[in-house]
Design a protein. Structure first.
Lengths: 88, 455
């Protein structure tokens, strides 16, 4: 199963809400994945198949190996769904 | 047997929150694996929270000692995570109870009143539950009646604050899709109001070029480490090497000691954050799941970074303005006989940034700068004024940071102090809440009328 990690500054509020949105979108698309959320520092060392977060935050995760998707508006469900469709 | 259930099982907050998660998971009909792992992780989160508090308090003690020696006044670091973690030892059960029943009150209010907000920022729900528990218990309330009145207060705040902010949130986001559920709302509200007053004709912040290099401060552990190391260095410099090396560090060089203590504080916060994340990982989705089923047209009230994408320059400008205001206030606090609130990068970043976004929406650049400075002043003075009502917890060297904790805590604490009879206190509190709902309901009706007229 693929693992999706949602990242925000504190790893508490926004990333948890996006995680719930990701779960809803996956259900809609009929796909399954393991989804969790965390803060930026932890994300740097945690393995995942896809990293999601707002542009200014996940930029610093890019190391050429990780698959990082930068979202312009974290709360936009359409943008999120598009990102999931293109990357899973 | 009853004693075992009431005192040992339900009286252990970690097990109590584990039970809440268990019920939430069962209601959602999760499979047995998810139920077991979710329940255990919730309890584990609570244990981790306590462990983080243990690490943090070592460093906090040293900081207070140095600060006193250096400036002969008390210095306090506002940090919600820290004070909540420290409070769990004495107020854990009450916090957990008020949090759970507060969420239920939130769902009921959203179901049966025009206030359709579901407050999804779980850590703030927990922090507010904790503060209400501390103040009510310190004020002499206890038992079932305390949990009931505490839950009514919490549940009401969970819809009132998003409702208060909603006209401005609409202006920021250009839609009515979501609300802001974050207990810094009064700061954002004032910032937007100030922006409206001063910002006539001022251009939007989004038309200026702002360097993105401050983005690394969004990483909480980096910004906490950085602030705390700098703070410890400054305070250690004033306290002097002889005092630190003889009294605190056991002979270790005072600068090395200060560096390590700063990072110890940051490590404590990091552990607590990980604990809170685990603790809420099952409870918040269960809360949302139940709310979605019970409340038609529920509007999610989200954490403050939800507005950041709508004005990314205002985020940086707001943070800097708020922080500068915090630094200036530091000099004024002791003159008024208050403890010194040391400005933290984290509260100023999150609430200052959001205040900047709201200020920009109503008053452009001027609004963003002056509005978030107003926020910075509030998060310097309110925490200092809050300390006396926190009882024994007010002496731990840390306090709640964001504006709403300050306002709610000061009002609640002083009501209890001034009015002797507990029944009267409860009635006054209910009266104030009813008044706020009435104001909210009335301005909402006005708002709708204006909208139809405009259309």
């Amino acid at each position: 199963m693929k693992k999706i990690l949602v990242v925000c500054g504190n790893g508490l509020g926004s990333s948890m809400i996006v995680e719930m949105n990701v779960n809803a979108a996956l259900k809609d698309m009929g796909k399954e994945a393991e989804v969790s959320h965390t803060d930026l520092t932890t994300a740097k060392t945690e393995q995942a198949d896809l990293y999601l977060g707002s542009e200014d935050i996940v930029e610093s995760l890019e190391d050429g190996k990780k698959k990082v998707v930068k979202l312009k508006n974290l709360m936009d469900k359409n943008e999120l769904r598009e990102a999931l469709e293109n990357n899973l | 047997m009853i004693d075992l259930i009431m005192n040992d099982i339900l009286g252990t907050p970690a097990i109590l929150v584990g039970l809440f998660a268990l019920i939430g998971l069962l209601v959602q009909r999760k499979n047995s694996g998810d139920v077991v792992s979710g329940t255990l992780k919730t309890i584990l989160g609570f244990v981790i929270l306590g462990a983080g508090a243990g690490v943090l308090v070592q460093s906090l003690d040293k900081f207070s000692g140095m600060f006193n020696e250096a400036f002969s006044v008390g210095g306090v670091i506002p940090n919600n995570e820290a004070i909540v973690a420290l409070a769990q030892e004495s107020f854990g059960t009450e916090t957990a109870m008020i949090m759970l029943f507060g969420m239920i009150v939130n769902i009921l209010l959203a179901r049966f009143t025009p206030f359709k907000y579901i407050f999804l920022t779980g850590h703030h729900t927990m922090f507010m539950a904790c503060m209400i528990a501390v103040i009510l218990k310190t004020g002499g309330l206890s038992g079932v009646s305390m949990v009931i009145i505490g839950s009514i207060i919490l549940g009401s705040l969970m819809v009132l604050f998003p409702a208060m902010l909603q006209p401005y949130t609409r202006k920021v986001t250009g839609s009515d899709d979501f609300a802001i559920g974050h207990f810094g709302s009064i700061g954002y509200f004032v910032s937007a109001a100030v922006g409206k007053m001063v910002g006539k004709g001022s251009k939007s912040t989004e038309e200026i070029k702002v360097p993105k290099s401050l983005g690394f401060l969004r990483d909480t552990s980096v910004s906490v480490s950085l602030t705390m190391v700098i703070l410890f260095f400054i305070v250690a410099g004033f306290a002097g090497s002889s005092y630190i090396e003889s009294e605190l560090s056991g002979g270790q060089n005072f600068l090395v000691f200060a560096f390590m203590q700063g990072l110890t504080f940051a490590a404590g916060v990091y552990i607590i954050l990980a604990g809170v994340r685990m603790l809420l990982g099952e409870i918040v989705p269960a809360f949302k799941g139940i709310a979605d089923k019970v409340v038609p047209n529920a509007k999610p009230a989200l954490d403050c970074p939800a507005v950041f994408p709508f004005a990314s320059n205002a985020v940086i400008i707001g943070f800097l303005s708020s922080f500068v205001a915090g630094l200036i206030c530091m000099a004024f606090l002791p003159l008024l006989g208050l403890k010194v609130i040391v400005p933290g990068l984290v509260p100023h970043f999150f609430t200052g940034a959001a205040a900047g976004v709201f200020g920009n929406a109503t008053g452009g650049r001027k609004g963003a700068i002056i509005g978030s400075m107003a926020n910075g002043v509030m998060i310097s003075f309110l925490p200092a004024l809050l300390l006396p009502v926190l009882g024994s917890l007010g002496f731990e060297g840390t306090t709640f940071g964001d504006t709403d904790f300050g306002v709610v805590g000061i009002v609640l604490g002083n009501l209890i102090r001034l009015i002797q009879s507990n029944i009267l206190v409860v009635l006054v509190i209910l009266g104030i809440l009813a008044l706020l709902f009435w104001i909210g309901w009335k301005s909402k009706a006005n708002d709708n009328k204006n909208n139809t007229e405009a259309a």
